[in-house]
Design a protein around this ligand. Structure first.
Ligand code: G3P
Length: 218
C-alpha cells in the first residue's frame, strides 16, 4: 500500500520524504489556504520534492470552469493529479478531464455508490473520507471495505485512496483491507515511529552494552 502525506506544508513534506516511505501528496483548498505564498509555486515545489502524484483541487463548482481549472492545475507539473469533488458537476468534469488523459482524484467520497460512479467516469483515484464519517458515528473503514470489494468485482483500475485519516490504525486497517493508498497528516505518519516497547527496548540494549564495556575496561 502506498503512503501519501495529506499536507501543503513544505517543511513537513521536506522532513518526511527523505525517509523513503512517501509515495505522493494530497492537498485540498483548506490545507493550501494555511500556507503563505502563491499556491502554484507551492504545488510546483511539492512536486519537485516528492516526484510522485500530487493532488491539487479545483475550487470551481460548475463543470466547464472545473475543466478549465483542472487543465490549468495539470499544466503546473507532470506530477499534478486534478482533484474534483464528488458532485454532479465534478463527475462531468472528471469524465472530460480523464478522456483528455489527465489523472483525476474524485474527493469527498462518502458512500460506495459515489465511488462506483466516479470509477465509471474514469477517476484514477477515489478519496473516501474515513475520519469525517467516523466523526458522525458512521463506519469510515467499513466504507473502504465496500469500495475495495466493488472495485475488485468489476476489475476497475481506479485506486482507493483512504483519506481523512486520524491515526496509525487507519493505516493498518486500510492495508488489511487491500486499499491502494492511505493519505495521512504528517502527525499520523510521525506516530508510526512511536512505540513505548521499542523505546524501552532500545534504552535497555544501550544500557546493557555500556555496562559491559565498562566492566571490560576495569
Ligand atoms: O485531503 C482530504 C482529507 O484527507 C481531509 O482530511 O482531516 O480534513 O478530514 P480531514
Amino acid at each position: 500500500m502506498k503512503l501519501f502525506i495529506d499536507s501543503g506544508n513544505l517543511k513537513e513534506i521536506e522532513s518526511l520524504v527523505p525517509l523513503g516511505i512517501i509515495d505522493g501528496i494530497t492537498t485540498n483548498p483548506s490545507l493550501l489556504a494555511k500556507e503563505p505564498g502563491d499556491y502554484r509555486e507551492i504545488l510546483k515545489k511539492i512536486c519537485g520534492i516528492v516526484q510522485g502524484p500530487t493532488s491539487a483541487e479545483v475550487v470551481a463548482t460548475e463543470a466547464d470552469a472545473m475543466i478549465r481549472e483542472g487543465r490549468d492545475l495539470a499544466s503546473i507539473d507532470e506530477h499534478i493529479v486534478v482533484k474534483v469533488p464528488f458532485t454532479r458537476e465534478g463527475v462531468k468534469a472528471c469524465r472530460t478531464l480523464a478522456s483528455e488523459g489527465l489523472r483525476v482524484n474524485v474527493t469527498l467520497i462518502c458512500s460506495a455508490a459515489q465511488a462506483l460512479r466516479a470509477a465509471k467516469v474514469g477517476a484514477t483515484y477515489v478519496s473516501p473520507f474515513v475520519g469525517r464519517l467516523d466523526d458522525i458515528a458512521s463506519n469510515g473503514m467499513g466504507l473502504i471495505s465496500e469500495i475495495v470489494e466493488i472495485f475488485d468485482n468489476y476489475e476497475f483500475t481506479t485506486e482507493v485512496l483512504v483519506a481523512s485519516t486520524r491515526g496509525p490504525m487507519h493505516i493498518v486497517e486500510a492495508a488489511r483491507m487491500g486499499a491502494d493508498i492511505c493519505t495521512c497528516p504528517a502527525a499520523v505518519i510521525e506516530a508510526l515511529f512511536k512505540h513505548p516497547l521499542t523505546d524501552i527496548g532500545l534504552e535497555k540494549f544501550l544500557k546493557d552494552w555500556e555496562k559491559a564495556q565498562g566492566a571490560r575496561a576495569r
